[in-house]
Write a protein that binds this ligand. Structure first.
Ligand code: COA
Length: 380
């Protein structure tokens, strides 16, 4: 007698392996990177320190941090051959395609491609960390008809990122909000893109191939692409000059009620693991409000609050990190399609930490499927 197999659609609730990199605790709405609460890291540490924490397992001492910062500052330039390849890509392709192409290029040119020793993998992770911002910033600039802005070695990672994007040193508040977003986006256990990277690594493929796959997974609107989709929602509802916050809120609520009545998925809300709110939202939301203040854009508060209130009232679903992050990047001046590539620059840290962890304790990831096609039959 055959029994019906239990199927875990979307692997929901399945614990696929162990990890020491981060702990997502949905019951307490908390997220730890190597044991440290992410909100404390975001408020006290640089993104460079957090990256080293994820890779090394410990916060860096002065010598380790200097070694990494020296490397990072020396590897920021846009490679001339890669620039040519980017210039040949259509300006209407998605910037995530450009990120994926860049990683593929680096992988193809990597003389140590087949070297998966911990030292070689760490070097590759550092190279990706240092080199990706120039790709993301140049891609946004070429679409605007602007020239690339060379990196500045006297600036730290976040200041230099914003410099290469806008050719301006950001105000300290803007730099801080950007850094907070980078720290919060860096790592989140077995999310879809990280799991993709681990699946690819599990076949003993190379690090660049795993990161290309992860970028593909992150691009989708159910995952990283949600930060762009949130901005599209804001653009669709629109800001009306002279409208009060209460009026904007009413319009936003009506939009949400209508979307939910039509059974639409509204991006920026809900989470597979957190069912009572995303642990990262309060920290990112504070940065969003700081940017509203800094750029004097109180006109979008009504939309922001109206959508969230209506979603909570109708479905009891809370915002996720992408909800405050998308409009924060918009206020900073980034074009909407650049939002998910910024997420890539951050999540590269988590992906590569997981690739190294998977490699160190590898077992081929190969689940089973329950066949539901036609029974065996004869070929006519
Ligand atoms: N908008 C509207 N309804 C939503 C929703 C959203 N963003 N997220 C979940 N729901 C509803 C579903 O429609 C479903 O309702 P039903 O039971 O009445 O059919 C219920 O909540 C469960 O949703 P489901 O998609 O099965 O849950 P999940 O755990 O698979 O979903 C997400 C997790 C992230 C895929 C989902 O919340 C989503 O699509 N969110 C929008 C995309 C997004 O912001 N992604 C970034 C995540 S960090």
């Amino acid at each position: 007698m055959s029994t019906t197999p239990e199927i875990h659609k979307g692997l929901a609730g399945v614990i696929a392996d162990e990890t020491a990199i981060s702990k997502v605790n949905a019951d307490t709405n908390s997220l730890l990177y190597r044991g440290y609460p992410v909100q404390d890291l975001a408020s006290t540490k640089t993104f460079e320190e957090v990256a080293l924490l994820l890779w090394d397992g410990e916060l860096p001492d002065t010598a380790r941090l200097k070694e990494f910062e020296d490397f990072e500052r020396a590897h920021r330039s846009l490679d001339a051959d890669l620039k040519k390849i980017i210039d040949d890509l259509p300006t209407d392709c998605h910037p995530m395609d450009v990120c994926r192409t860049a990683v593929s290029f680096w992988g193809a040119c990597d003389a140590d491609s087949e070297d998966s020793s911990p030292e070689a993998e760490m070097h590759k992770a550092w190279q990706l960390f240092a080199s990706m911002p120039a790709v993301v910033c140049y891609d946004q600039r070429r679409r605007r008809g602007e020239d690339p802005v060379p990196p500045r070695e006297d600036l730290d990672y976040c200041d230099n990122f914003l410099w290469m994007a806008f050719e301006k040193i950001p105000a300290p508040e803007v730099k801080e909000a950007f850094k907070v977003s980078m720290v919060l986006y860096a790592e989140h256990s077995f999310n879809a893109s990280t799991f993709t990277a681990r699946v690819i690594t599990s076949s003993l493929s190379d690090l660049h191939s795993a990161v290309c796959g992860a970028i593909g997974a992150l691009k989708g609107p159910l995952h990283g692409g949600a930060n762009e989709a949130v901005q599209h929602t804001f653009d669709e509802i629109g800001v009306i000059q002279g409208e009060s916050q209460a009026e904007a809120k009413t319009r936003a609520k009506a939009w949400m009620d209508d979307a939910l009545a039509q059974k639409k998925k509204v991006m920026g809300f809900g989470h597979r693991v957190y069912k009572n709110g995303d642990s990262r939202v309060p920290t990112m939301q504070k940065s969003f409000f700081d940017m509203v203040e800094h750029f004097n854009r109180h006109d979008i508060i009504g939309l922001y609050q109206g959508l969230a209130e209506s979603m909570d009232e109708v479905k009891g679903i809370k915002p996720n990190l992408d909800y405050p992050a998308g409009p924060t990047y918009h206020l900073m001046g980034f074009d909407t399609p650049t939002f998910t590539p910024i997420f890539v620059c951050s999540r590269l840290t988590g992906w590569t930490a997981h690739i190294m962890e998977q490699r160190a304790q590898n077992s081929l990831i190969r689940p089973l499927s329950a066949y539901n096609g036609v029974d065996e039959r004869k070929v006519p």
